[in-house]
Structure formats: structure tokens, C-alpha cells
Write a protein that binds this ligand. Sequence first.
Ligand SMILES: [Zn+2]
Ligand SMILES: [Zn+2]
Length: 155
Amino acid sequence: MIIFGTRNRFKTVGTGQFYCPRCQAQRNYERKQAKRYFTLYFVPLIPMGDLGEFVECQTCHMTYKTDVLTMTPAPKPVSAVELLNSVKIRLLKGDPVEYVVRDLTAAGIERDVATSLVTSSIGDARKICKNCNLSYASDVTVCQECKQPLPEIGL
Ligand SMILES: [Zn+2]
Ligand SMILES: [Zn+2]
């Protein structure tokens, strides 16, 4: 009895790094080419057709169409730590507390949360500009609006 059939064979045609949508991270991939072979006694003999190429993540082994290689990761939601850092940087750079809170609430953050973010990044001490009524972190020396020197705290 002659045993024949078909079998798919995969050949690696390329490797590299890509953004794996399943891992949500940069991963190594292998780009593979699938071909169908006519087999005789389970030995692939004659290529019967091209089944196309695909990309396989070497971490989760998920396979994708090759256009996954051109995909770029979706922007990550800002983490609480990043948010806190950016608030701190703005305030220490001399942005008024009121403006920072305004921008945070405009971005959809509750006013209470915005205020406590400010307090956790620069503490409770504030310098207040007497002209503009804006408040600043205690290290800031000049009012951003009127460019006047800020009075020392408690004066
Ligand atoms: Zn993966
Ligand atoms: Zn001022």
C-alpha cells in the first residue's frame, strides 16, 4: 500500500523584534513561510502551494498576519506615578498650583484628587503672589504671571 498525503511545512524566513499585541510588549518574532507539500510515506516531496507567510511571537507563540510588523503600540494610559511626577515637575518649574489643578481637572481628574496630587508632590507650603493671587511651590521665587518676586512664606 502506498501512503500519501499532504503536510504543511514551515520555514523561518526572518527574525526580529515586533510589538506583540497579546504580550503588549516588544518581543522577538520569527517570520515563517508555510508551504503545503505532497508527501509519500510521510516524506514531503513536492511543494503544492504557498500558504503565505505569518509572524510568530517567540514568547507567547501567537501567530499573526505579517502586517502586525507595521503596527505600533497604542499609547499607554498615564500611570499614577507618571502623573504625580509630571505635576511635581510643573510645580517646581514654577507653574502656579491653580493652573496645574485646572489642567488636571480638564483632563477628567476630580478636583479633590488633583489637589491631593499637588499636596503629595510639593507639600502644604505655598508662596502666594499678592498681585495675581496665584499660589506656588515653596521653592519658586518669581510669579509666572506678573514676574514679580514672590514674598517669603509667612510674610
Ligand atoms: Zn506574544
Ligand atoms: Zn503675580
